[in-house]
Design a protein around this ligand. Structure first.
Ligand SMILES: Nc1ncnc2c1ncn2[C@@H]1O[C@H](COP(=O)(O)OP(=O)(O)O)[C@@H](O)[C@H]1O
Ligand SMILES: Cc1ncsc1CCOP(=O)(O)O
Ligand SMILES: [Mg+2]
Length: 262
């Protein structure tokens, strides 16, 4: 993929309003990540207003991490607004394999055809109905083990599926890209996967989703590498990561992205 940094530049120029229906754990972390990246986040989940709010958003992200039945209905209503307006929405199926409520909710959200599904390997396997080795919200499977499930899911939604882990995989069901950027410390701070889903939403506002998603993953991974070089552990990493998201330039993304077609 040529010039992945251009997707960061376009996102920052637009500073898109990203509407996030996300979990209680991620709300603050994700909002800070999105602001540091250059987007304009709003964390809005009340069923009474989510459809109306989606009407003014450039992108929507839907995260089931701490959903309940009332939130779930709002998620479906907001997703429908985005789909009918032709604007992108991204699903993060947090811990989908863990309970029947999560599985049934995700089955309905998949039917609503998300522009992008972003999850860890165990979540993408569980969505495909394959036995997965998740521990709650954490992955126990390799990205490679979930690639077939990702292709099948993308074919089903007509959208893009991103599987993240040590090496990320992005597909639209036909083409595939691997993204090698990132650092293991990113798994030692909560909600960095959720926050990545927000960044994917921001990049997809007005940009083609396969390339925008791969560029978002590379940018995020580069920020993780840069932060890890200065961090003593998860605490200082979290602070350095926000600084790096703010500091990484489009030129740095062009120079350091490790995106290869498969
Ligand atoms: N072992 C690893 N090495 C490098 N980067 C990683 C590793 N595991 C996860 N990441 C990165 O961490 C970010 C969050 O992904 P992940 O941990 O898969 O999400 P989740 O928190 O939803 O399980 C992604 O940018 C991913 O590339
Ligand atoms: C710990 C936890 N519990 C419910 S949602 C959540 C956050 C999960 O965040 P991530 O998927 O980014 O690790
Ligand atoms: Mg997650």
């Amino acid at each position: 993929m040529e010039h992945p940094g251009q997707y960061l530049a376009t996102m920052r120029d637009a500073a898109p309003l990203v509407h996030n229906i996300t979990n209680f754990v991620a709300m603050n972390v994700m909002a800070n990540v999105l602001i540091a990246a250059g987007a304009s986040p709003a964390m809005v989940h009340a069923r009474a207003e989510v459809a109306e709010f989606a009407g003014i958003a450039a992108a929507l992200t839907v995260n089931i991490g701490t959903a309940d039945p009332e939130w779930a209905q709002g998620m479906e209503e907001a997703a429908a607004v985005m789909t009918s307006a032709g604007r992108p929405w991204v699903l993060d199926p947090v811990g989908v394999g863990a309970t029947r409520f999560r599985q049934e909710l995700c089955a309905r959200l998949i039917e609503a055809r998300p522009t992008v599904v972003r999850g860890n390997a165990s979540e993408i396997l569980a969505l495909a109905g394959t036995a997965a080795k998740a521990r709650g919200v954490d992955a126990g499977d390799s990205v490679a083990a979930a690639e077939d499930a990702a292709r099948a899911l993308a074919t089903r939604t007509g959208g893009v599926v991103a599987v993240t882990g040590a090496e990320d995989f992005v597909t639209d069901g036909t083409s595939g890209l691997r993204v090698g950027n990132g650092h293991a410390l990113m798994t030692r701070v909560t909600a960095l996967g959720c926050s990545l889903t927000g960044v994917v939403g921001a990049f997809c506002a007005g940009q083609p989703p396969l390339e925008a998603t791969a560029a978002a993953l590379a940018y995020y991974g580069i920020a993780g590498e840069r932060a890890a070089a200065q961090a003593a552990g998860p605490g200082s990493f979290q602070v350095a990561f926000l600084d790096a998201l703010h500091a990484v330039t489009p030129a740095e993304v062009n120079a350091s992205a490790r995106i290869v077609p498969v």
